[in-house]
Design a protein. Structure first.
Length: 229
């Protein structure tokens, strides 16, 4: 494979991964969301989507967005698998901060062969999630999700454990880390506005106010018994 073909392949993989993530979140990938996620102008997205559609990897329905075909989903799940194992490599072996591994993992994911991924997964002890708590697809493409809900759906005074952060941009992760809103931590909603644009949360006996956008990327497991003391 020459350098041009390799760059084209990487470009297509980035699109498939982005569509996969948006489809899991919103049911489909809208052009504007793809533009924001991939940091490209909307006009350049059309040509790539058309190319992926010709290859049978996506279906584009005007005004309804883009969805992966079964073939597209299989490829995307393998890209996501490589990405999340790369994040584990960076945190577990190289001791990088969990808030800083998403972007370098985006580069590493394209370099790992199937044999390297198999060896890496074994060396890592077959982890089930990435450092942000999101599930790592199996080699067959299956994803085993634990039952979680967005923090925004918790009732006031309900106690839950943070399971995963679905947005992996560094600035958002660093903001969450400053407030100890990280996977494994217990969190209680002390108060929230009726409009859902502001939440007062308690973590480690400290209270913080976060907006609805930030709260929506935090997914939690509700504690047995529900209410906090």
């Amino acid at each position: 494979m020459n350098s041009h073909d390799k760059n084209v392949t990487i470009h297509a993989e980035e699109y498939l991964e982005a569509i996969y993530r948006l489809e899991c979140k919103d049911g489909s990938a809208k052009t504007m969301e793809l533009s924001r996620t991939l940091n490209v102008v909307p006009g350049s997205i059309t040509n790539t989507i058309q190319s992926l559609e010709r290859k049978g990897l996506v279906i584009h329905q005007p005004y309804r967005g883009v969805k992966l075909t079964e073939d597209g989903r299989q490829i995307a799940s393998q890209i996501l698998r490589r990405h999340r194992l790369a994040e584990r490599l960076l945190t577990d072996f190289l001791n990088l901060d969990w808030t800083e591994v998403h972007d370098p993992a985006c580069k590493l994911e394209h370099a790992f062969s199937a044999d390297i991924i198999k060896a890496l997964e074994k060396a890592l002890g077959h982890p089930k999630t990435c450092p942000h708590g999101n599930p790592i697809p199996t080699n067959c493409g299956a994803i085993f999700e634990q039952k979680t809900v967005p923090l925004t759906e918790l009732e006031t005074k309900m106690c839950a454990e943070i399971a995963k952060i679905t947005e992996e941009k560094e600035e958002i992760l660093k903001q969450l880390a400053k407030q100890s809103l990280i996977p494994g931590k217990s969190v209680v909603i002390e108060n929230k506005t009726d409009s859902g644009d502001s939440y007062v949360v308690r973590v480690d006996d400290q209270t913080y106010t976060i907006d609805g956008t930030l709260a929506s990327v935090i997914y939690v497991k509700v504690h047995k018994g529900g209410e906090s003391n």
